[in-house]
Design a protein around this ligand. Structure first.
Ligand code: SF4
Length: 450
């Protein structure tokens, strides 16, 4: 929990010697609280005060990175219990598990599918984040063979899952230049796993299903042994127990500054669910609350798509709508006779409209106006999609040079600005009122425009 200026001041020497460059210790404390100076600027801070101040400035949840420079996932470092309070920052990694008891061909096929999966949403490309390889056979040779098959088919980040430290050691020796998550340290094997995590500089998952006190105890031992990058697995696998336990962990970390739980959580929605639909729903729950790594057991593009959409929604900063660049966009190969439509620059609005124009097959121009990333009605109500602004963008983007007619189609939801826009545009412009819903655009272009 960050300290305020007065709390920091109490930890300073209070001699006002000015060596830090500030006239008083209180002035220095105020700058420190605002993170505008370094603690080292004061040469007289005691070791005890230093430890307290460093602990206070530590983020409540550690950022964990796995993978390589080209393909990495960063999870954790969250500061909020509820996304609407500010934002969630690091989307959970969506991984798919394969086991070394599967035929090599099957492993290769799944890994290739995961590696090649991608989906376009609001102008961005998303995919899955990695592979979890489980040592279900208990044998090192089978595990290393499966690992080589995985690595031959993807550079995505990996979670190595093995109970036996000797098997884990063999896998780590054969891994190459990527940083995996080691899963997992348990009460039985933690000291060997700690050694491997330190030797290979990897984050280490800690598994303890006997209760949160026991999990905290094991994390403490792993921390004291020198591991800094930790991932938690409290062993809960069902809907309600996961919701309860993951919420407790997040609350203890963020609201009570309980540093032993200040790490991301790994989850396995496929383990206690009977169908891919249930697994997908539970994975969705983990996206909302509070999975850091989500390991799926069943891979189906149709089930992954809603998870990626949900993750995008939950991890988009609600204060910053995703916006399109204002301008004139082309669909098909529009000519001077093609229709001209207009909409706002809120990306979801843009892609709804763009998708329907494309579906209509009518080559068209679309003027995307600068409307602060708001949807049509909201932008209109806020004065960001009015006649003046649209007319200004018609001139700014040279729309009249691209078309021979003087017709502009506005969204039906803002039919009220029709007259005013004709006045603003002047001359021989005609404003046509388009449909209220994007899905009606193809019919409108076919029946009204033509
Ligand atoms: Fe206070 Fe330290 Fe600054 Fe001196 S150097 S004024 S003791 S904060």
């Amino acid at each position: 929990m960050p300290l305020n200026a007065l709390q920091i001041y109490k930890l300073l020497p209070k001699t006002n010697c000015k060596e830090c460059g500030f006239p008083t210790c209180l002035a220095f404390a105020m700058k420190l609280a605002a993170k505008q100076v370094e603690l080292d600027a004061c040469p007289y801070v005691s070791d005890e005060a230093k430890a307290a101040l460093i602990a206070a400035s530590r983020p409540p949840m550690r950022l964990i990175t796995i993978g390589s420079d080209e393909h990495k996932i960063e999870v954790g470092n969250e500061t909020e219990l509820f996304r609407h309070d500010r934002s969630f920052y690091h989307p959970p990694g969506l991984m798919v598990r394969v086991k070394d008891t599967q035929p090599i061909g099957e492993i290769e096929e799944t890994v290739s599918q995961v590696d090649g999966y991608s989906v376009e949403l609001v102008g961005m490309t998303f995919g899955l984040d990695g592979i979890a390889l489980e040592n279900a056979s208990g044998e090192a040779n089978a595990y290393v063979k499966a690992l080589k098959a995985v690595r031959a088919n993807t550079d995505l980040p990996l979670i190595l899952m093995a109970e036996d430290p000797k098997v884990m050691a063999a896998a780590l020796e054969n891994l190459g230049d990527t940083v995996p998550l080691i899963y997992a340290a348990t009460e039985e094997n933690w000291s060997d796993m700690v050694e491997l995590a330190q030797k290979h500089k990897c984050p280490l998952a800690v598994y303890e299903a006997d209760g949160l006190n026991e999990l905290a105890g094991l994390v403490e031992k792993v921390e004291e042994a020198g591991v800094e990058d930790i991932v938690l697995d409290p062993g809960t696998r069902g809907f309600s127990d996961s919701l309860s336990v993951l919420t407790q962990i997040r609350r203890l970390a963020l609201k009570h500054n309980f540093h032993l739980f200040g790490y991301p959580i790994i989850t396995f929605p496929g383990e206690k669910t009977d169908s891919i639909e249930e697994e997908t729903i539970l994975a969705g729950q983990y996206i909302a609350k509070y999975g850091g790594f989500i390991v799926l057991d069943r891979f189906d593009p149709a089930e992954v798509y809603p998870l990626i959409t949900l993750r995008l929604n939950i991890y988009t900063d609600p204060r910053e709508p995703i916006q399109m660049e204002p301008g004139i966009y082309e669909f098909g190969e529009p000519t001077a006779d093609s229709p001209l439509l207009t909409t706002t620059n809120f990306s979801l609005t843009y892609f709804s409209v763009a998708g329907e124009i494309e579906a209509s097959g009518v080559p068209s121009w679309l003027l995307v106006t600068a409307s602060e990333g708001m949807s049509v009605l909201t932008a209109w109500a806020a004065g960001n999609f009015d006649a003046e602004r649209i007319a200004k963008d018609v001139k700014k983007f040279g729309v009249a040079d691209k078309i021979s007619h003087r017709k502009i189609i506005i969204p039906g939801l803002v039919a009220v600005i029709m007259g005013e826009l004709e006045e603003e545009l002047g001359g021989d412009w005609e404003v046509m009122v388009g449909p209220k819903e994007a899905m009606e655009i193809p019919r409108y272009l076919e029946e009204v425009w033509r």
